[in-house]
Design a protein around this ligand. Structure first.
Ligand SMILES: [Ca+2]
Ligand SMILES: [Ca+2]
Ligand SMILES: [Ca+2]
Length: 189
């Protein structure tokens, strides 16, 4: 029986430790809340988004904020009227793998900050790789800024972002041991 023991624990643990990357789309309407904050669940990961003004708004062009004043870039995160800021959090521990943006013109920029830490400043429409670990409830804040000071940022849109859930090793070990104990118990019967 012993020779089955280690491989079994190994397979139980690796099953618990491997999660697939989950891609949230800013363009498929799933994040189009139409309210100042809202949540959406995909593959057991719930993302919560909240806008500092107006509503979280996603169109086929991407995800952004429709602020409460007229003349806004309604699906962009911009500095028209106010400096828009979108805050994101997850219900489980995740690795924030990457972010894809579009509609970044010469006067546009988006800063990305984890738990109000030092911001990463993005000024090009491409994939930015982060691979940053977040605990459940930690925040990612996307804030519009003006790379050319005083020249209005007319909107940056989030095309997609990808996260991977971090399994809880302790739970996985307990589950694994529990399963093994059950097996031993059955064999004794
Ligand atoms: Ca806007
Ligand atoms: Ca605005
Ligand atoms: Ca723009």
């Amino acid at each position: 029986m012993k020779r089955y023991f280690l491989p079994m624990i190994g397979s139980i643990l690796s099953a618990g430790l491997t999660h697939a990357a989950v891609l949230f789309s800013g363009m498929d309407g799933s994040l189009d809340f139409g309210t100042s904050s809202g949540s959406y669940t995909l593959s057991d990961i719930t993302v919560t988004l909240s806008a500092n003004d107006g509503i979280v708004n996603a169109t086929s062009s991407g995800l952004g904020i429709n602020d409460s004043a007229t003349g806004d870039d309604t699906d962009g995160i911009d500095t028209i009227n106010i400096i828009e800021s979108l805050t994101m959090s997850f219900n489980v521990d995740v690795v924030f793998n990457n972010l894809v943006l579009n509609a970044i013109g010469t006067n546009d920029g988006l800063s990305v900050s984890f738990n109000s830490g030092p911001p990463t400043l993005i000024t090009t429409s491409s994939t930015t790789v982060f691979n940053t670990s977040l605990m459940a409830g930690d925040t990612v804040t996307f804030t519009a800024f003006e790379p050319n000071l005083g020249a209005s940022n007319n909107g940056v849109r989030i095309t997609s972002f990808e996260v991977t859930a971090i399994p809880e090793p302790f739970s996985a070990v307990l589950l694994g041991l529990g399963g093994v104990a059950l097996l031993f118990q059955r064999r004794r019967l």
